[in-house]
Design a protein around this ligand. Structure first.
Ligand code: HEC
Length: 161
C-alpha cells in the first residue's frame, strides 16, 4: 500500500466513522503523500481560482458560504445519506490532513466506504484534476482562522503532529 492508497483508506475510515457514530474523529494520523497539488492559502491567485471553482462545483451541496447543506448537518437524511458538512471552521474539514482531503475530492466518498454506506460525495478527480482540487482546497483553507489553519498545516506534515 503506497501513501496515496493509505490516505484514501483513512479517508474512507473517517467517513465510516461519520456514518456509524456520528462523531468526527481527529484520529487520522497526519499524512503528506507525494504528488499533492499546491494548496497554499497565502497564494492569492490560487485562492481566487479556487473560490470560483468552489462556487460552481461544490457550493450547491456544501453551501455558498461553506456553511454546509443544513444547519443540522450531523444527522442523517431520511434516505440514509449524510448531509454535506460545512467546510468552514464549524465543520471538521480542518481536522484532516491535505492527503485525506484531496483523496476524498479525487475519489469521492464511496470509493472506500464500508459495505452498506452510500456516500453523497461525488468524485472530482477526472473532471477537475489535481491542480484545480488544490486551488479549491487553498480557498477552503483561506476561510479558516489562523490557529485552525496552523493546526491543519501541522497535521498535514506527517504522523505524530
Ligand atoms: C452532490 C453533493 C456534493 C457536492 C457537489 C460536493 N460534495 Fe463534498 N460531500 C458531500 C457529502 C454528502 C459529504 C459527506 C460525506 C459522504 O456522504 O460521503 C461530502 C464530504 C466532503 C468532504 C469530506 C468531509 C470533510 O469536510 O472532512 C470533502 C473534503 C468534500 N466533500 C469536498 C468537496 C469539494 C471540494 C467539492 C467540490 C469540488 C464537493 N465536496 C462537492 C456532498 C457533495
Amino acid at each position: 500500500m503506497n501513501k496515496i492508497h493509505l490516505a484514501v483508506a483513512l479517508g474512507g475510515m473517517a467517513l465510516a466513522g461519520i456514518a456509524t457514530v456520528q462523531t468526527f474523529p481527529s484520529l487520522i494520523p497526519g499524512l503528506s503523500p507525494p504528488g499533492l497539488p499546491p494548496s497554499d492559502p497565502a497564494n492569492r491567485a490560487l485562492v481566487a481560482q479556487g473560490r470560483d471553482l468552489y462556487a460552481t462545483q461544490c457550493a450547491q451541496c456544501h453551501g455558498a458560504r461553506l456553511e454546509g447543506e443544513d444547519p443540522d448537518w450531523k444527522r442523517r437524511k431520511d434516505n440514509g445519506l449524510l448531509y454535506a458538512p460545512p467546510h468552514d471552521v464549524s465543520g471538521h474539514t480542518w481536522h484532516h490532513p491535505d492527503g485525506v482531503l484531496i483523496a476524498i475530492m479525487r475519489d469521492g466518498g464511496q470509493v472506500n466506504a464500508p459495505p452498506g454506506f452510500t456516500s453523497g460525495m461525488p468524485a472530482f478527480g477526472e473532471t477537475l484534476g489535481d491542480t484545480k482540487l488544490g486551488a479549491i482546497l487553498a480557498f477552503i483553507k483561506s476561510t479558516w482562522p489562523k490557529d485552525a489553519r496552523a493546526r491543519q498545516a501541522a497535521i498535514s506534515q506527517g504522523p505524530g503532529q
